[in-house]
Ligand binder design. Structure first.
Ligand SMILES: Cc1cc2nc3c(=O)[nH]c(=O)nc-3n(C[C@H](O)[C@H](O)[C@H](O)COP(=O)(O)O)c2cc1C
Length: 182
């Protein structure tokens, strides 16, 4: 296992996948990672739907007009859903869970990409979340935050260069005072 720092430095979004399936052992670890994610007040408002049916993945790729089409060629996805009645900060809770899934995927040598559903529209004008809810029989009180596309990477992308980071966004003591590394 690589160090956590090198894992987050090398992780890049993957949108092109091999046709190989994501094994059931890998699916188990991805879903356990999701359940390990922290939530405000331990409210755990999330639910996770594992999808490996290729026809359903194709339908989900039509959730919104931009930024989801590549899901049609992914072998696996986890749909991240929450009950807003259980947490007023369900967006944060589901975002953390989404990222845990992505980091677990990277740790397993898989590629992943977040597909934003919350606040996005389907091409028909309905909300993308309503489209996903209908596709997956999700009860009406739930909200859909994201679909995390996962698979074996078709291409290995270069990780981030530490010299390219937005160091100007670092402040020390108060906003506007640049942080300088010692
Ligand atoms: C909240 C959030 C929403 C995103 N939504 C989408 C999306 O709908 N479609 C997509 O292709 N990528 C999406 N991404 C991936 C970002 O475009 C990507 O993480 C960003 O460009 C940085 O690239 P990297 O992940 O390769 O470092 C999303 C990422 C985040 C964190």
């Amino acid at each position: 296992m690589e160090s956590f720092f090198s894992l987050i430095q090398s992780r890049r979004s993957a949108r092109k996948f091999k046709t190989d399936k994501v094994s059931s052992e890998m699916q188990k670890q991805l879903l356990q990672a999701a359940l390990l994610s922290p939530a405000s007040k331990r409210s755990n408002p999330w639910e996770f739907i594992a999808v490996d049916d290729l026809e359903m993945l194709r339908k989900l790729s039509e959730s919104k007009p931009h930024g989801a089409a590549f899901l049609a060629k992914a072998p696996f996805a986890i749909v991240v859903v929450a009950d807003p009645e259980k947490s007023d900060v369900w967006v944060e809770d589901t975002s953390i869970a989404s990222l845990y899934i992505q980091l677990a995927a990277e740790d397993l040598g898989l590629g992943s990409c977040w597909i934003q559903i919350h606040k996005r529209e389907h091409e028909s004008g309905i909300m993308a979340s309503e489209y996903v809810k209908k596709m997956l029989n999700i009860p009406s009180q739930y909200e859909v935050e994201s679909v995390i596309a996962i698979g074996h990477k078709e291409v290995e992308r270069n990780g981030a260069e530490l010299s390219d980071l937005l160091y100007e966004r670092l402040h020390t003591g108060e906003f506007g005072k640049p942080y300088t590394f010692k």
